[in-house]
Design a binder for this molecule. Structure first.
Ligand SMILES: Cc1cc2nc3c(=O)[nH]c(=O)nc-3n(C[C@H](O)[C@H](O)[C@H](O)COP(=O)(O)O)c2cc1C
Length: 325
């Protein structure tokens, strides 16, 4: 598979598989884990431009990065061009390789302020944001957007042309409408049409849950890279092109690596809920997953999560021995 060049001289990926921005999940440990498994590019969670400009500590912490995870894209959201530009200036001082502008988030808290997917219906403001951020930034600027507002307002191609004209260096298109949120299927015909409409590189996104499907989508859509979101949760093996192991024993090496990275890089007391959620994702599809998740969610600390996993491993072992008799 060829290694895509997303931005001449600046962003050379070693794989065309990209980890999506996922609020609540794509912190430094998970991004690193996915890079170690072969993801060619990783995105931060969406970061409030207001929060960043106001110097909120939590917002700044979301941009924590280390050289091993690069190339790393920081994603900003907001609706005010000047604030987005100021936030971008601050990001440019950090070890970041590109700035992505969120124009696809369907969550009401975001859209009611005119940010996220609401910008797809406010093309002039969206263009003003892209122009302002490009002018303020020494880094490549990208835009992540959707296929449109709803089934009867699908303006992805026009939106992509607008973003290109306003200065975007590359684009990510999620092939669902704002109205769909995360339901139904992504429309890869729209993604292919966007790729064909612009000269800049395009990352296609929607429903990629295996390496094989990602390869097929790459070929069919002509996209430069593909992005996996939910399919990568609890499944960084997706990036390595190997099947997710069927047993907890098989999954333990990556779970342990994730927990070690959390220990190294996160303020554990403050993020224990997020860590538990992430561990629960790793248990999906295993026998007894419902009860295992409940046990993990009841853990008060990282140490207790590890002990809980040890107990679950023992239980798996004894089940297998019983079946083997
Ligand atoms: C839990 C969750 C959090 C998300 N957070 C973000 C975000 O912060 N920024 C963003 O652009 N998209 C976000 N998305 C959308 C994903 O990046 C992606 O576009 C979407 O899930 C479709 O890809 P998939 O079908 O591979 O999951 C989020 C999606 C989920 C499920």
């Amino acid at each position: 598979m060829s290694a895509p060049l997303l931005v001449k001289g600046k962003l050379q990926l070693d794989s065309p598989f990209v980890l999506a921005p996922l609020a609540g999940y794509t912190d430094l440990p998970f991004r690193l884990l996915c890079r170690e498994q072969g993801a060619g590019l990783v995105f931060s969670e969406m970061i409030s431009s207001h929060g960043l400009v106001q110097g909120q500590q939590k917002t700044g912490a979301m941009l924590q990065s280390i050289p091993e995870e690069r190339p790393f894209v920081a994603q900003l959201f907001g609706a005010v061009p000047e604030i987005m530009a100021e936030a971008a200036r601050r990001v440019c001082d950090l070890p970041v390789d590109a700035i992505d502008l969120n124009m696809g988030c369907p969550v009401r808290k975001v859209t009611k302020r005119g940010a996220g997917a609401a910008l797809m219906m406010q093309m002039e403001n969206a263009a003003a944001i892209v122009r302002a951020v490009c002018a303020a930034s020494s880094l490549p600027v990208s835009v992540k957007f959707r296929s449109g507002k709803d089934e009867s307002h699908q303006n992805a191609v026009d939106f992509a042309r607008m973003a290109e004209e306003a200065g975007a260096a590359f684009l990510t298109i999620h092939g669902r409408t704002w109205a769909q949120a995360f339901s139904g299927e992504a429309n890869w015909d729209t993604i292919r049409a966007v790729k064909a409409a612009v000269q800049i590189p395009v990352i296609g996104n929607g429903d990629i849950d295996s390496f094989a499907l990602g390869c097929r989508r790459l070929e069919e859509s002509g996209c430069d890279a593909v992005m996996a979101g939910r399919g990568a949760l609890g499944n960084p093996w997706l990036f390595a092109g190997t099947e997710r192991p069927q047993s907890l024993t098989g999954r333990m090496p990556l779970i342990c690596r994730y927990l070690d990275l959390c220990q190294e890089y996160l303020p554990l007391e403050r993020v224990i809920f997020r860590i538990k959620n992430q561990v629960c994702r790793f248990l999906g599809g295993l026998s007894g997953a419902v009860s295992a998740r409940q046990q993990v969610l009841a853990c008060p600390s990282l140490e207790s999560i590890k002990l809980c996993l040890d107990r679950l491993l023992l239980a798996e072992d004894s089940r297998q021995n019983t079946f083997g008799q």
